[in-house]
Ligand binder design. Structure first.
Ligand SMILES: Cc1ncc(COP(=O)(O)O)c(C=O)c1O
Ligand SMILES: Nc1c(O)cccc1C(=O)C[C@H](N)C(=O)O
Length: 399
């Protein structure tokens, strides 16, 4: 007998954060915050003021007022609140894909005599495609790890692939399909022991899982802001470069925003000595402000409290899915999973479609997976319970 969802919501110290977001009453359950987080009310207000007063009122003067520094100030705020990163190492820019491209070049350049990039075949498509293309462009080869989807990349699996040819390793902190949380400090140490550098993709962990990049001596990291950070569709990504690598981190999209003096408009390019060197062109100001609001909400809640709720939500979802009797491909040990729970079903697409028809929004991932994304600041236990009841009804006739 499971605990009542209302008791769980009543005991949840973060329950009131849900009211800080726009909640569509027509939906029974929104379980896709791991793809696109909900809209914070503060962002509605902030963007309205920005458009009216800053863009409308200040026009070009807005850059000198504050916009020009936003990639770094929001980066520092995000780094401190979510990544365990001291100031001066994180910048908000571009998309995750573009940032991965930049980091792959910067990281490969740190290990000139080595010619292998290691990545797992379970990684997100954009990471895999970019590793392939950057390796081809630099005359390097790709070494593919083939881990089990649920166990994912363990230290043993990685260590077996590392060697004196390894230049760079690319890993996702939480697997986008299974939700498996990798051992970031342990794997980073294994990469360093082999003399290589690591790029961590934090898309599915930042904002839901505490991260300590400086303490783990991570080299590079990247992530998006539209999932658990609630920055909105297409909100800019962030890139982290450990201070010790800054001077030697050369990224290939050397636009005027990465130059030493933005408005000097020199004849020749000279990289900024600071984290600004990871920028390229004019940043999306509205997106940066939305990211800042999202970061501030998580900082206010506290990452540890967010993680505690995430573990409780995923445990509750697993309990309810077990009662229905469906297969779960997410680790059962809370220490080994992020904030989504993935169900395998042979007719996953039909199940997902029927859930959506009944007001429950999960997402479907090829070929047979349904992800239930549990966003600690916005998902209630009542929502999970209602979704599970409908899931049971939907799968019954499908079998
Ligand atoms: C692990 C991971 N990396 C990268 C991306 C995508 O990056 P982009 O924002 O460039 O589309 C996603 C999701 O879209 C993702 O889940
Ligand atoms: N980035 C997305 C997009 O541009 C459209 C639709 C979905 C997304 C996603 O975020 C997908 C997500 N990264 C995933 O894990 O599947």
């Amino acid at each position: 007998m499971t605990t009542s969802p209302h008791e769980l919501d009543a005991a949840d110290p973060l329950a009131s954060f849900r009211d800080r977001f726009v909640i569509d009453d027509d939906l029974v359950a929104y379980l896709d915050g791991n793809s696109l987080g909900r809209l914070p009310r503060a962002t509605l207000e902030r963007l309205a003021v920005f458009v009216r007063e800053e863009w409308g009122g200040r026009l070009i003067r807005g850059w000198a007022d504050s916009w020009v520094d936003l990639p770094v100030t929001v980066g520092d705020e995000l780094g401190a609140a979510l990544l365990g990163a001291a100031a001066g190492q994180t910048v908000v820019a571009d998309s995750t894909s573009v940032c991965i491209y930049k980091l792959l070049h910067a990281a490969s350049g740190l290990r000139p005599g080595r010619d292998e990039i290691v990545i797992d075949a379970t990684n997100f498509p954009t990471d895999r495609y970019l590793v392939d293309s950057v390796a081809a462009a630099r005359g390097m080869t790709v070494r593919w790890l083939e881990p089990d989807l649920v166990e994912n990349v363990t230290i043993e699996v990685l260590a077996a692939a590392l060697g004196d040819r390894t230049a760079v390793v690319v890993l996702s902190h939480v697997d986008y399909r299974s939700g498996t949380l990798l051992d970031l400090p342990g794997l980073t140490a294994a990469v360093h022991a082999a003399g290589a550098v690591v790029i961590w993709d934090l898309c599915h962990s930042a904002g839901a899982v505490p991260i300590e990049l400086d303490a783990a001596e991570v080299d590079f990291a990247v992530g998006c802001t539209y999932k658990y950070v609630n920055g909105g569709p297409g909100a800019p990504a962030y890139v982290y470069v450990a201070r010790r690598h800054l001077a030697e981190a050369h990224q290939p999209i050397t636009g005027w925003w990465s130059a030493a003096d933005l408005f000097a408009m020199s004849d020749t390019y000279e990289s900024s000595p600071t984290i600004r060197r990871m920028l390229s062109g004019t940043p999306p100001v509205a997106g940066l402000l939305a990211v800042q609001e999202g970061v501030r909400l998580i900082a206010e809640a506290g990452v540890e409290a967010v993680r505690t709720k995430s573990e409780a939500l995923t445990a509750y979802a697993i309990e309810l899915v077990d009662e229905i009797g469906l297969e779960i491909v997410t680790p059962r040990d809370p220490a080994l999973r992020g904030s989504h729970v993935t169900v395998r079903h042979p007719d996953a697409r039909a199940v997902a479609d029927r859930l959506v028809e009944r007001g429950v929004v999960p997402d479907f991932r090829e070929p047979d997976l349904i992800r239930l994304g549990l966003s600690p600041l916005t998902t209630s236990f009542a929502e999970v319970s209602a979704a599970a009841r409908i899931l049971a009804e939907v799968v019954a006739p499908i079998g």
